[in-house]
Design a protein around this ligand. Structure first.
Ligand SMILES: NC(=O)c1ccc[n+]([C@@H]2O[C@H](COP(=O)([O-])OP(=O)(O)OC[C@H]3O[C@@H](n4cnc5c(N)ncnc54)[C@H](OP(=O)(O)O)[C@@H]3O)[C@@H](O)[C@H]2O)c1
Length: 376
């Protein structure tokens, strides 16, 4: 049923009216009026929305969200109405569902689930955005975004396909670029190890490290992903953490130790790589996806004394702190994409209604490349 939301809505109205016939007069009249309003609203487009219903413990599920349909409104002063085209599904969305202090406020219960995405402006009362513009911003898990375009910027579909603005040319690419070059600061000839290497951020970071003359080793789950890293992206080595001994594989692939470790996953993999650090190594904490669905507190690295022993450092990064420099990175990344030196792989899933299940692909490793949800 959820696959055909408009049908679902019509059926829901029918059930509602039928139930009303058995209710006392006043209640029945009120319900009939409500139903009539609902039917009338069907003439305006409906906005399918996923609202945060509860804060998940462990993995989120369909029950984490409340699926609703509401008529699309019109923009007020300073607002725009966007027809959403593609949503970026990010591991960070799991963190946004949690209560508590973070780099960004949590999504409130009852609020539309936050998601970055791209879409087209279809009505505007904002001086900087006109009907027809394509925009990138926090448009939410819904068909239409209506509101003030805080942090929105325009993208040009004639220069690159829209999903690319969510992968290499979007937040994903910006993260890979600044986390690697600014925090990791790799030098030609150094060994760079990347976890979550076949994913959105990891695959871009690894290719940039190759462009900078580094020896690059990726850690990923499964033979297909490892083969892709070496054969398609030109990594020097790959480690299948699901099917081989991590310590032995790190020794094999990194005989001179690890100069830069770009960590996307945390947990056991972070602990294992710490034991292979080279002198003055840099550990970039980009993410810790293995810990995001923990029911207990996040587990920190047991082997952190390796930082002291190797005069190494570990540093976290949040991509938004680099917002003033995004244009600089986009220009360089755009050049690499155009020349074929950088490849971007998107994993596009159809249908807004699949959102709760599609999001889980990030945590099972079923996504292969940047996970994007096509709204229609
Ligand atoms: N700091 C920032 O500003 C920033 C910005 C964007 C993203 N990030 C972080 O970057 C990381 C990658 O994000 P992404 O968008 O590029 O996602 P992604 O790598 O495309 O997808 C997530 C991947 O993580 C791997 N994974 C899932 N559970 C795992 C586990 N328990 N142990 C090891 N690997 C696991 C899976 O790959 P396998 O099949 O290989 O297991 C999965 O495909 C995330 O930690 C995210 O939070 C940080």
């Amino acid at each position: 049923m959820i696959n055909t939301p408009n049908q679902l809505s019509l059926e829901w109205i029918g059930t509602y009216s039928a139930a009303g016939q058995h209710l006392p007069g006043g209640v029945a009249r009120a319900i009939t009026k409500l139903s009539a309003q609902r039917v009338l609203s069907m003439t305006a487009p409906l906005n399918r929305q996923f609202l945060l219903a509860q804060r998940p413990v462990g993995l989120p599920s369909r029950d984490t969200f409340n699926y609703v349909e509401n008529p699309v409104g019109e923009p007020g002063p300073g607002q725009i109405l966007v027809k959403n085209a593609y949503l970026s599904l990010d591991p960070a969305m799991r963190g946004w569902m949690n209560e508590g202090k973070s780099y960004i406020p949590p999504v409130a219960i009852g609020e539309v689930m936050r998601a970055l995405g791209v879409g087209q402006v279809i009505a505007s009362q904002h001086p900087n955005f006109a009907v027809g513009d394509y925009v990138n911003g926090a448009i939410g898990v819904q068909d239409y975004f209506l509101g003030e375009p805080h942090g929105f910027y325009k993208v040009d579909p004639s220069r690159a396909p829209l999903p690319l603005y969510l992968s290499a040319l979007g937040m994903t690419g910006m993260t890979a670029y600044f986390a690697l070059l600014d925090v990791g600061a790799p030098k030609a000839g150094e060994t760079v190890v990347i976890s979550g290497a076949a994913g959105a951020v990891g695959s871009v970071a690894g290719q940039i490290a190759k462009l900078k003359g580094c020896r690059v080793v990726g850690i990923a789950g499964g033979a297909d992903k490892c083969k892709f890293l070496v054969d398609e992206l030109g990594f020097d080595g790959a480690i299948d953490y699901k099917n081989e001994d991590l310590h032995a594989a790190l020794k094999r692939e990194c005989p001179k130790g690890v100069d830069v470790y770009f960590d996307n996953v945390g947990g056991d993999i972070l602990d294992a790589v710490l034991t292979r650090l080279a002198f003055k190594a840099r550990v970039v904490i980009c993410g810790a996806i293995s810990q995001y669905n923990n029911k207990q507190a996040i587990r920190g690295p047991a082997n952190y004394m390796q930082l002291l022993i190797n005069s190494a450092r570990m540093e976290g990064m949040v991509v938004m702190t680099y917002a003033p420099r995004f244009a600089e990175a986009a220009q360089e990344m755009g050049g690499w994409l155009a020349s074929g030196q950088l490849k971007s792989k998107e994993d596009i899933v159809d249908g807004l209604e699949t959102f709760p299940e599609t999001l889980l692909k990030l945590f099972s490793g079923e996504n292969f490349g940047k996970l994007v949800l096509k709204v229609d």
